[in-house]
Ligand binder design. Sequence first.
Ligand SMILES: NC(=O)C1=CN([C@@H]2O[C@H](COP(=O)(O)OP(=O)(O)OC[C@H]3O[C@@H](n4cnc5c(N)ncnc54)[C@H](O)[C@@H]3O)[C@@H](O)[C@H]2O)C=CC1
Ligand SMILES: N[C@@H](CC=O)C(=O)O
Ligand code: NA
Length: 433
Amino acid sequence: MEDRKPLRVGIAGLGVVGAGVVGLLQRNAAQIAARAGRPIEVVAVAARDRARDRGVDLTKVTWAETAQDLTQRNDVDVFVELIGGSEGPAREAVEAALARGLPVVTANKALLAHHGADLARMAEARGVTLAFEAAVAGGIPVIKVLREGLAANRFSRVYGILNGTCNYILTKMRQEGRDFADVLADAQKLGYAEADPTFDVDGIDAAHKLSILAAVAFGTDVAFDKVHVEGIRHVSAVDIAFAEELGYRIKLLGIAALTEAGLEQRVHPCMVPVDSAIASVEDVYNAVVAEGDAVGTSMMVGRGAGAGPTASAVVADLIDLARGFSVPTFSVPVAAKVALPSVAIDKHRGAYYVRLMVLDQPGVIADIAGALRDEKVSMEAMIQRGRNPGEIVPVVLTTHETDEAAMRRALTRIDGVPAITEPPRVIRIMEQL
Ligand SMILES: NC(=O)C1=CN([C@@H]2O[C@H](COP(=O)(O)OP(=O)(O)OC[C@H]3O[C@@H](n4cnc5c(N)ncnc54)[C@H](O)[C@@H]3O)[C@@H](O)[C@H]2O)C=CC1
Ligand SMILES: N[C@@H](CC=O)C(=O)O
Ligand code: NA
């Protein structure tokens, strides 16, 4: 093995993940070389700050001026992009690498969600690998599992907890009664959050990942613009407490389902039964559930963010490259992709949790019930806290399965009732897990 040529790596971006990758390659060098069949060595890097102590040994690497420069070096066999962002230097460098026939490993879900189809075409045209295990569900080898381990299956649904920051926030709010902003700051310190954390809390990061997951599972193009996206900003301590009372836990889920009408892709907070397996996936952990016709239901759980788990996935891709292993980018060659119509969210059917803040006065409940009845939305339960005439109190209701479009019409009417003092808060209930 000693005389095998090393795989020479150039890394752009030495932040949380970049430094994690350098550290992991150094720490487990002997074992990685044994498994890869040859050593994997970082020979060159590009980063904005050369002086910063990243806790890893960079004395033997060459510093390139820019990420682009890194892609043009003859001593680099694979370009690793860990800068982030769907445009700018990350996109330009990845495109330059692929155009030159250099394999690419990236953790950049934003880039793949926006430009995955084009980048896959470029990679295929040049016959090079574009690998991205770290981009979806961090350390869980979910791309490998869907693309290889479960390759014999037709999938009906793939869903899961795809954002570690949001799961961490929801967990700490529920377990410790802490504030949203306070827990988000913690997630940032721990290296879980995106450079712009609104991508996490507004569901965009989970939607990036879902669109990639759907492309891999269903052999279709990445269609991020077709994902319905809602984040967790409006999930309050009150909703978390009501969820507990009703036997649910709130999770931000990404769901891609193949229906007769086409592909439904949505990211939003969900109430899941407290005794379901996914309800127990807490903190920074992610989970991905795949429903295949042959295998049935498979669930994978692991850390979805942070230096270690993400580096684990990046290095696994490097080991595959060192071994000479290669598969089509999104599981099928570009020409074999299937076009699937996308199903809009108003065609969704499901059950709903609705929380209203209501000025307690006679007739309000009748108005709410009337709006639901007129739209043929059938109520499952109602909780009214306290009877304090003249005060604002929460009223919570849950529905039986109904059409999203009908639910929206009913909510518009309910919102117009003068005694409803703030917009209804709605969380979809997911029973079929
Ligand atoms: N942090 C995490 O848990 C995970 C992150 N990712 C993805 O990994 C990528 C990197 O994320 P982090 O390491 O967390 O971000 P980070 O912000 O810690 O690191 C990015 C680094 O890139 C550097 N950079 C910016 N522009 C550059 C340029 N033009 N040339 C070279 N370096 C440049 C920045 O100075 C920074 O140090 C992103 O695409 C992110 O979405 C994926 C999975 C998990
Ligand atoms: N910000 C992301 C990082 C991993 O993809 C998350 O919190 O999941
Ligand atoms: Na992964």
